[in-house]
Design a protein. Structure first.
Length: 587
């Protein structure tokens, strides 16, 4: 899985995924987010369950409240019936009874006040009813009351029970009713019916409860009556005979439970975001304390690989990284000591070799001049070959000594003002014989006279190195082109070449103000891309080029140009030749 993730990131070209900082941040985020998600889900689940239990409890409480309120309504009606003077309904005219019912209804805020005589005549407080219908279900209750029993019940008053006056108001609906028998002694005189409409009895708009009453013969609840953000409990309302006459809907507003849940989610989200930011900051600081010394070690290791042995890593502390830094410093000191010993050995060796080789060369010259006697043609040929080999060895030894002087910082330049174009032409003339052997033509292009201030002897050796390398690695019957461009009193920037086929050792743009740019281009085999970074290092030999010399020529050239405050680099297209360029300040 980890390998697959690395492959994905690599395909997306995200190199930073391999850094320690990124790995630490990813680890901290993973460790932080997973528990945070678990805590958030657990908290929401617990709160949701708690709110659901609260909603159930509140519904249960409100349901019991509804039942208690119904019981209180019945007690109220019974009390009113008991306190009423029964003689108001005995041997009274219909008008008098109606008047008494009206007074009773208004004084006690009743919605229904009816007196039914023993001959089934109906007298109401507001002349709504005329008489009962004989097939009414109410007749069953009246028959029970006729025996002297008091009935308290929730009943549905519908048009199927009474004939009503045409001018009467609509009073049909669900009622809490008391059927009270009116007796004179033991003689039955009639039935007093007192009731309150449920829709008026359960008006709890000022309380945290909502009860909706609907009879069974009414339409279904509308969306306006049942809101989507409400929790509903349905309680059937039964009449005295056990039949369901309607329903009471106990409604609890869901917002009082949803809002706390939303607030909890918001609070947890804010806390999670803050915790995540704090975790990232802490992880970044923690990663920085680890990666900063590691990056220092990487930087100094890179410098050490480039040959800079004077650097020292300064990392304080007693942890493993500090111990690694101390070990690194000791290793650098040891390498510097070994480097000095090697350089001293090479310098001593080359110096000791140079004197006898010079003496040998002088002796060969005497022999060739026949100072020691005549020689044959064959002897002359052998002596000439020995002299050529000896001269090559002397040149190598001299180069080693010069490199050693530059490494030790013991070089003193003898600067003078001279024309660089003239010096390049002289160098071409002196080395042209090597080019003739391979039928290579050396041309000068863009000759711009430019007087520079430099050590003429050292610059000439650089030109000899670069031109001889171009000849050695050029193709038979090829071309070498030398160019000189002057940027005196000019502001110009030279940008590194950027192409998939071309590559260079120049890493950043170069300012050419008051500089002379010298280019030596060949059409040979080109340079190897992988070994370009090692091109100007000591004893480096590119596998794609012929191994002429000891690999010190370009290193020596780099040291000379760098000592003159110039810059040297190479550009190449593999298989199509290469060009070496260097800059020197004008006089």
């Amino acid at each position: 899985m980890i390998k697959r993730l690395k492959y994905i990131f690599k395909s997306l070209k995200i190199p930073a995924i391999d850094t320690i900082t990124t790995k630490l941040l990813s680890l901290v985020l993973f460790i932080t987010i997973i528990p945070m998600i678990a805590v958030t889900n657990f908290s929401n689940a617990m709160l949701n369950q708690s709110l659901l239990n609260s909603a159930r409890y509140e519904l249960q409480y409100n349901s019991e409240f509804f039942i208690r309120q119904t019981s209180q309504e019945f007690n109220k009606l019974l009390l009113i019936a008991n306190l009423s003077k029964m003689n108001y309904f005995i041997k009274k005219s219909d008008n008098e009874i109606e008047k008494q019912l009206s007074i009773l209804s208004k004084s006690t805020k009743l919605d229904l006040a009816v007196f039914i005589t023993k001959d089934k005549k109906v007298i109401s407080s507001n002349s709504n009813f005329i008489y009962l219908k004989p097939d009414s279900n109410l007749m069953k209750l009246l028959n029970i009351v006729n025996s002297g029993e008091i009935i308290t019940s929730s009943e549905l008053i519908s048009e199927g029970m009474f004939y009503k006056n045409n001018k009467a108001k609509n009073i049909f609906g669900l009622y809490n009713i008391v059927f009270y028998p009116v007796l004179k002694g033991k003689k039955f005189e009639g039935i007093l019916i007192l009731g309150t409409k449920m829709i008026n009895s359960y008006d709890f708009s000022n309380q945290d409860i909502s009860i909706l009453i609907k009879p069974t013969n009414s339409e279904k609840l509308s969306l306006a009556e049942i809101k989507s953000n409400s929790i509903i409990k349905e309680i059937p309302i039964k009449g005295y005979l056990g039949n369901i006459i309607g329903y009471a809907f106990i409604r609890v507003n869901n917002e009082k439970f949803i809002n706390p849940l939303i607030q909890n989610i918001k609070a947890i989200s804010v806390i999670s975001i803050i915790s995540l930011i704090v975790a990232i900051i802490i992880a970044a600081l923690f990663a920085r304390t680890i990666t900063t010394p590691i990056l220092k070690l990487v930087y100094f290791a890179r410098k050490l690989s480039e040959g800079d042995l004077d650097l020292k890593v300064n990392i304080k502390g007693k942890d493993e990284i500090a111990q690694l830094a101390n070990t690194f410093n000791k290793m650098a000191e040891e390498l510097k000591t070994q480097e000095q010993l090697r350089d001293n050995f090479v310098a001593t060796l080359t110096h000791d070799l140079k004197v006898p080789m010079l003496a040998e060369n002088q002796t060969i010259n005497y022999l060739l001049k026949e100072d020691y006697g005549p020689i044959t043609s064959e002897q002359e040929e052998v002596l000439s070959l020995i002299k050529s080999t000896n001269n090559s060895s002397l040149e190598m030894v001299s180069t080693l000594l010069e490199v050693y002087r530059y490494d030790m910082g013991n070089v003193q330049l003898f600067k003078s003002e001279f024309d660089i174009v003239k010096l390049v032409n002289e160098s071409i003339g002196q080395i042209k014989s090597l080019a003739n052997d391979k039928k290579i033509i050396i041309n000068m292009e863009k000759e711009e006279n430019a007087v520079i201030s430099a050590d003429e002897r050292e610059i000439k050796r650089v030109l000899h190195n670069l031109i001889s390398n171009a000849i050695a690695n050029g193709v038979h019957r090829g071309h070498i082109i030398c160019e000189i461009q002057s940027y005196k009193n000019k502001d110009s920037i030279y940008n590194p070449i950027a192409s998939s086929d071309s590559y260079t050792t120049l890493k950043s743009p170069l300012i050419l103000n008051d500089m002379v740019l010298v280019s030596i281009k060949d059409d040979g085999i080109g340079l190897n891309r992988e070994e370009m970074p090692e091109l100007f290092k000591r004893f480096s030999l590119n596998k794609g080029r012929k191994p002429a010399g000891t690999g010190l020529g370009l290193y020596y050239s780099y040291q000379v140009i760098n000592k003159h405050n110039g810059y040297i680099w190479a550009e190449s297209v593999e298989g199509q030749g290469s060009v070496f360029k260097f800059t020197l300040p004008v006089a």
